[in-house]
Design a protein around this ligand. Structure first.
Ligand code: GTP
Ligand code: MG
Length: 352
């Protein structure tokens, strides 16, 4: 299994859709906007109101957020305006999850009026074609050499689906045997979040219902924002930011929701560790056991694991401190095989 800590979320899409603008808002960097440019990578803290709450209650010396890594993948046309170059597709293939930035504002550098749904369809069909190409090449090679028949049969099956333009992410494990396909990194099997990048005038609120429905039909999630507004908000100092959000009647920037939505794409959850020294959020794959999760914190904890003391965030919030939770007899004691739940606070008892 790949380590969660090197997971990359790609900002992808066609040229001029606002990927670099969004990347700058996320990272606080100042990468040049406008066409082209280099692939850029930046780590971003995952905002988590639960972590803030615990931290305010415990007053630790240090608070550490979970992090995700975003990658700004430049759009690059191949032949026409609705195609992506091989280079762009290769860079997209290296990402673990995709945020597809769709232009819903007038970009003076482009003649075309915004057509976010059209961009979405075009992107999906680029991905389908690229995957089909991978499958066909592999099958051709397989026909010349002795090869794994199970894999061959699976590829034939997938080829049929792709020819019907079905993205692999829509198919369950009874059709797509993902353990057989580890090395292929199919584009249409990557988790996908469609980001409707709206103009300043259109921004605010949820994406149009019909639009959202169409995106979700393709197995993707959807969120609307205005990258240039988010970029301005992120440049304000914290006091001005709070005032601005209050004026807008918002509790947090949309950017925060976006980061959490991207984090969730990876099918991960967060658990917390709490001490006077540090309150910290950790990212683990859903289904991780207490012993494995302890290993994320320290290898000694995994080796010498005795038991885990677990308090779900809501229980901690109700009582306000670890000792109050204990006094109320609501701290649970779990063994090595316990599967951590999102929002669990864990204290590991171990012996080495
Ligand atoms: N009005 C408006 N303009 C935006 C918004 N987001 C980006 N832009 C503008 O659109 C232009 C292109 O934005 P970029 O962020 O460079 O686009 P990109 O997706 O990185 O483009 P490539 O790197 O060529 O793939 C810039 O002039 C941005 O200022 C937005 O939300 N509203
Ligand atoms: Mg760019």
């Amino acid at each position: 299994m790949r380590k969660v800590s090197v997971v990359r979320i790609g900002l992808v899409g066609f040229p001029g859709s606002g990927k670099t603008t969004l990347f700058n808002a996320l990272t606080g960097l100042d990468a040049p906007v406008g066409f082209g440019g280099d692939l850029r990578v930046g780590a971003v803290k995952v905002p988590d109101p639960r972590l803030d709450w615990i931290s305010a209650a415990v007053q630790p010396r240090k608070t550490t957020h979970a992090e995700v890594v975003f990658c700004d993948v430049p759009g690059e046309y191949a032949a026409g305006r609705r195609s992506l170059s091989d280079k762009a597709l290769r860079q997209i293939r290296e990402q673990d999850a995709l945020c597809l930035v769709l232009r819903d504002f007038d970009n003076p550098a482009l003649d075309e009026a915004p057509d976010p749904l059209g961009e979405m369809y075009a992107f999906v069909s680029e991905c389908v074609l690229a995957d089909l190409d991978v499958v066909e090449r592999r099958l051709q090679r397989m026909s010349k050499e002795k090869s794994d028949l199970r894999e061959q049969k699976q590829l034939e099956e997938i080829k049929g689906k792709l020819e019907e333009e079905v993205p692999l992410r829509l198919l369950g494990s009874e059709v797509v045997h993902r353990n057989l396909l580890r090395g292929y990194a199919f584009l249409t099997d990557k988790p996908l979040l469609a980001v409707l990048n709206q103009s300043e005038e259109k921004s605010g609120g949820d994406p149009p219902v019909e639009f959202a429905r169409e995106i979700e039909r393709g197995g993707a999630r959807v969120l609307a924002l205005c990258a240039s507004i988010e970029s301005e908000i992120s440049r304000l100092d914290p006091d001005d930011q709070a005032d601005f959000l209050e004026d807008m009647g918002m509790s947090e920037p949309v950017l925060h929701r976006f980061i959490r939505a991207s984090h969730n794409l990876l099918d991960v959850i967060s658990f917390f560790t709490v001490s006077k020294e540090e309150v910290r959020a950790w990212t683990i794959r859903r289904g991780t056991s207490a012993r494995q999760a302890a290993g994320r914190v320290h290898s000694d904890m995994e080796r010498g694991f005795i038991r885990a003391e677990i308090v779900p965030f809501e229980v901690f919030e109700k009582h306000g401190s670890w000792s109050a939770v204990k006094a109320a007899n609501e701290m649970r004691v779990e063994g090595a095989g316990y599967v951590l739940q999102d929002g669990d606070i864990m204290q590991v008892r171990f012996n080495v």
